[in-house]
Design a protein around this ligand. Structure first.
Ligand SMILES: *[C@@H]1O[C@H](CO)[C@@H](O)[C@H](O)[C@H]1NC(C)=O
Ligand SMILES: *[C@@H]1O[C@H](CO)[C@@H](O)[C@H](O)[C@H]1NC(C)=O
Ligand SMILES: *[C@@H]1O[C@H](CO)[C@@H](O)[C@H](O)[C@H]1NC(C)=O
Ligand SMILES: *[C@@H]1O[C@H](CO)[C@@H](O)[C@H](O)[C@H]1NC(C)=O
Ligand SMILES: *[C@@H]1O[C@H](CO)[C@@H](O)[C@H](O)[C@H]1NC(C)=O
Ligand SMILES: *[C@@H]1O[C@H](CO)[C@@H](O)[C@H](O)[C@H]1NC(C)=O
Length: 939
């Protein structure tokens, strides 16, 4: 065999081998496109005129097809060419951490692609068919690209579902919007799903039930809303190791079943809206390394867990250490809450370890829960047997909810229970056997089986029905449904005194007075709050007497229980509980600049709620929370929440939390009347016109008339004075400061009381004997009228002339002498004949009101009758411009609007109309309550 004959096949082989390594022309074209579309291809150092399969970072298969391109961290800038998908033999692509920008080309049809790292670039759009036909895909990452940002984000196409072996899908921080696609939950090979830092919203789809995911990162969605719904689906993932769910809006409780996710190592749930008890079973997770629960509404005890990293701040936990038990009352109530699905409103309120700390719907006496009052709360679920552990409960009101299931037997253990109102629910029977003293109302439970143990069989419709022997049961016949009017059955306890409505207070007060006390000597006051969005929902304030008969221990027998509660007075009142936190925010944490004034028991701050409502917040100083101060706090809440009239300053809310006692009132932008009468010069204000003064007199008379006789009880203010009369933005007046108000039988009775009130306004009989009637207020009103006429203060020790020192006695002497009266009139008033005529009438009324004999003073109704026609008829002769907030109504419209805007702009003290404009411009010394709380009046 000659040499050439041997060499030829070898040569051919060699040529063939070389040909196999040479790049496929189609792939060469793409690489050339890539070089052209990059702006800095030189950094690749790809030598020209050599086979690209030998270039750095590129590998080819034996057919000359590019199968690997590793260009990570290469500092590349520019774009990927549109032809990129022609590299359809590419298996591994690493382009992460470059500065590639512009549109991502479609990867459609790159069936060989297994790993694709495109993260950490600046790609700004993705074509809709990008994922089409990527059937070989195992791992893909597009993290940290501003994809489709300008077009409002993008969603993952269902094309991706054809990547049936996909294990890792990482699409963080790339502007995904909308819901998590359902199909992702059915991709069985998926182990890692990372969708953090997008704008995803909605729940985790139910297709994820039982998913084999090991890593699930959904944290920190940017949008509003964020991801939400419960964690129930999460708890079904048996392989889950990392659950990063923080920074979303997940809600509901942490499911108990999460304990079945044995491999869990990192459970990050912070910054959501999770509620309720944390399953103690978290402590059994064997692999748990990090548990983060902060910033949710979790309640109850902090469980003990094995995790090395464990955070749980900013929740409603009852303790600040793991493993510390809550009080039994707190546990019982939270378990109750759990069975009614943790309603939002209650979850926010029922936090910490003191169920008597102002929890919504929970009333206490002497630190013990006595009333659960949650009617018409929309409660869904069942009644927890845990209520049976609240042994001091006397009254349970759960009427008007959607409660289902049975009435738990445990409730029959409640020895002090008197009332159980379960009417208007969907409960079913049978009813456990209650002691005869318990009044049970199950009216309007359509499925209630009234053939309860101890009950006679069903009655014919309309016939007197009956319940458990001895119990008084009001039950609708099932046939008649909810509309049936309930039939009242035997009531075996003597008239239940548990609710002593203050309507009957007059008699009670006389009785109590003989024992030396007017208001019950309160040991404990707990407000029983209700839904403040509904004005008809009433609250109870309990004041327990400690005068010896009221000890709780007497209530062990049914008969004892009624005597026990005879000293508990429940005052029906509107519910206006505001969280201290909110008030801190509204008053810039009770900052000095917001102080409106100071009084004997605390400081009054100006505040602004989130919705722009201006408020005045009276905060009792912790140091002075004496019994007396508490009495007045209680009195003020009780009265303000009951007494509502347009000429009485209304209470917007109150707070009792820890040692905080706060009252919240409407803010009166023009402050106290006294300021406008006596300090207008110093404060650079316009003196009040006579018309305004007349209006103010009538407003005050109306407010006082209401207090005395038109409210459903009679009240005596005891401290009416110009400093307690506040003016709104329209200079209409409201009477304020109800701390000293007493309930009074009526004008014919007098009630002995501590001397209160302000010297100079005090009726003589009250000053001398301490006996007070409504006529004492009439006297004070007379003095206010005199102040309106003269512009002089009720008392001024600095007045040289001793006679004029006490306005009331002096004015009475001079008022009948026309010359002297003229001379006494406030010089700022423009004294025309007509004005003088009007003033004379008011002067006469003032005289009558301040008669020495209380019986000779008129009642406030008379004052109103005198003032009404004057206000209506009185017209200023001297063309005092009709001035409503400084606007002349005779001006042309355009000027008026301008004037209105000006007046708005100038009202920087936060009057209601100028709220929007006045935000952030609170003056150093705003108008407001100052006077009414700075008066050193001996209180
Ligand atoms: C990203 O790429 C640059 C070079 O462009 C490199 O210095 C840097 O270390 C890379 N970052 C990471 C996290 O790999
Ligand atoms: C990508 O960017 C993120 C955030 O900027 C950074 O933490 C990460 O290390 C980067 N990864 C790479 C591969 O550069
Ligand atoms: C991204 O935006 C581009 C251009 O606005 C659009 O054509 C494309 O369909 C969008 N991609 C997705 C997945 O919505
Ligand atoms: C009870 O269920 C109804 C209907 O699902 C719902 O509208 C209501 O908000 C629920 N009540 C509470 C307190 O969550
Ligand atoms: C029982 O409840 C119904 C419905 O709430 C109510 O109308 C009725 O007055 C109640 N009966 C008694 C005796 O309180
Ligand atoms: C309140 O109770 C205390 C002590 O029991 C008693 O000294 C005081 O006189 C009572 N106050 C009133 C107003 O009854």
């Amino acid at each position: 065999m000659d040499a050439p004959a041997v060499l030829l096949p070898l040569l051919l082989l060699l040529v063939a081998a070389l040909a196999a390594a040479a790049i496929h022309p189609a792939d060469l074209a793409v690489l050339q496109d890539l070089q052209r579309s990059l702006t800095n291809a030189d950094v690749l150092a790809w030598p020209a005129d050599t086979d690209p399969c030998a270039w750095p970072h590129i590998s080819c298969d034996r057919a000359g097809r590019v199968n690997n391109m590793d260009l990570k961290n290469a500092g590349l800038a520019g774009r990927l060419p549109p032809t990129f998908a022609h590299l359809d033999a590419l298996e591994d692509l690493s382009l992460q951490n470059n500065s590639l920008s512009g549109p991502l080309p479609s990867f459609r049809g790159m069936a060989a692609l297994r790993h694709a790292f495109l993260n950490n670039n600046s790609f700004d759009t993705i074509p809709a068919d990008f994922f089409d036909g990527l059937t070989g895909l195992l791992v893909i990452s597009l993290d940290n690209n501003p994809i489709n940002k300008s077009s409002g984000g993008w969603t993952i196409s269902t094309d991706l579902a054809s990547a049936q072996q996909l294990q890792n899908l990482s699409l963080m921080g790339c502007n995904l919007v909308g819901a998590i696609p359902d199909f992702l939950g059915t991709m069985n090979s998926l182990q890692e799903l990372k969708l953090s830092y997008n704008n995803l919203s909605g729940p985790i789809p139910s297709t994820f039930k039982g998913s084999a995911l090991e890593t699930l990162w959904l944290n920190n969605q940017h949008g509003d809303p964020k991801l939400s719904g419960t964690l129930d689906v999460i708890a079904t993932m048996p392989n889950l190791q990392q659950a990063w769910l923080h920074g979303n809006e997940f809600s509901g409780p942490i499911p108990d079943s999460i304990a079945a996710c044995k491999p869990l190592q990192e459970l990050w749930l912070n910054g959501n809206q999770l509620v309720g008890l944390v399953p103690p079973a978290l402590g059994t997770l064997p692999e748990l390394q990090s548990l983060q629960l902060d910033d949710n509404n979790l309640l109850g005890p902090v469980p003990v867990v094995k995790a090395a990293t464990y955070t749980f701040s900013h929740n409603g936990f009852c303790a600040d250490k793991p493993g510390v038990a809550c009080s039994p009352e707190v546990m019982a109530l939270i378990e109750f809450l759990a069975e009614v699905d943790y309603p939002k409103k209650l979850v926010g309120s029922w936090s910490g370890n003191n169920s008597c700390g102002g929890w919504l719907g929970v009333t206490c006496v002497a630190g013990k829960v006595t009333v659960l009052n949650l009617p018409d709360y929309g409660l869904n679920g069942t009644i927890s047997h845990s209520l049976g552990n609240l042994s001091t409960l006397s009254d349970i009101r759960l009427d008007g909810n959607h409660l289902t299931g049975h009435v738990p037997d445990s409730l029959t253990n409640l020895k002090l229970l008197q009332k159980l109102d379960l009417s208007m629910n969907d409960l079913s029977g049978p009813l456990p056997t209650f002691s005869p003293s318990v009044k049970v109302n199950v009216t309007g439970n359509l499925n209630f089986d009234r053939t309860a143990p101890g009950s006679p069989p069903k009655d014919a419709p309309g016939s007197p029905s009956s319940g458990t022997p001895g119990s008084s049961i009001h039950a609708a016949s099932p046939e008649n449904g909810r509309k049936t009017s309930p039939v009242l059955l035997a009531t075996t306890i003597p008239v239940a005194v548990s609710v002593v409505a203050l309507v009957s207070v007059c008699a009670v007060l006389i009785f109590r007075k003989k024992r030396g006390s007017i208001l019950p000597n309160a040991t404990s006051v707990v407000v029983h709050p209700r839904d403040n969005s509904d004005p008809d929902n009433l609250v109870k304030i309990v004041m327990a007497s400690n005068d010896g008969n009221g000890s709780t221990s007497q209530g062990n027998t049914p008969s004892g229980s009624s005597s026990q509660t005879s000293n508990v007075h429940m005052i029906e009142a509107g519910n206006f509980v505001i969280a201290v936190q909110v008030l801190r925010g509204a008053t810039k944490n009770f900052s000095q600049e917001n102080v409106l004034g100071r009084g004997g028991f605390g400081v009054v701050y100006k505040g602004e709620l989130h919705d722009g409502t201006m408020i005045a917040v009276k905060r009792m100083e912790a140091a002075v929370i004496s019994n007396k101060a508490l009495d007045e706090f209680q009195a003020e809440i009780a009265i303000l929440t009951k007494v509502r009239h347009r000429n009485l300053v209304s209470i917007l809310g109150y707070s009792i939390e820890g040692s905080e006692r706060l009252l919240v009132y409407e803010h009166m932008s023009n402050g106290a009347l006294s300021k406008h009468l006596f300090q207008w010069k110093k404060l650079e204000m316009e003196p009040l016109s006579w018309k305004k003064r007349l209006n103010i007199a009538l407003d005050v008379a109306r407010g006082m008339e209401y207090l005395h006789s038109l409210a459903h009880q009679c009240y005596i203010h005891r401290d009416l004075k110009s400093a307690n009369i506040l003016l709104g933005d329209d200079f209409r007046a409201k009477v304020s400061d109800f701390g000293l108000v007493k309930h009074a039988p009526d004008g014919n009775f007098s009630v002995a009381t501590r001397l209160a009130g302000t010297f100079g306004y005090l009726a003589p009989e009250y000053a001398v004997t301490g006996k007070i009637t409504t006529k004492a207020d009439v006297f004070s009103f007379g003095v206010v009228l005199m102040e309106l006429i003269t512009g002089m203060t009720a008392i001024d020790e600095s007045r040289l002339d001793e006679e004029t020192r006490y306005l009331a006695s002096w004015f009475c002497q001079i008022r009948k002498d026309e010359e002297k009266l003229r001379a006494a009139i406030d010089p700022t008033l423009d004294l025309t004949d007509e004005t003088f005529e009007s003033i004379s009438v008011v002067a006469e009324l003032a005289g009558h009101c301040t008669c020495r004999e209380p019986t000779q003073r008129p009642d406030m109704g008379h004052a109103v009758n005198v003032l009404v026609p004057m206000v209506e008829k009185w017209k200023p002769v001297n063309d005092e411009t009709e001035d409503y907030m400084g606007i002349d109504l005779h001006q042309p419209l355009l000027q008026m609007v301008k004037g209105w805007q000006d007046s708005e702009a100038s009202m920087t003290d936060g009057s209601i109309l100028s709220l929007e404009d006045s935000k952030g411009s609170i003056p150093a010394r705003p108008a407001g309550f100052a006077e009414s709380f700075t008066s050193a009046d001996g209180r």
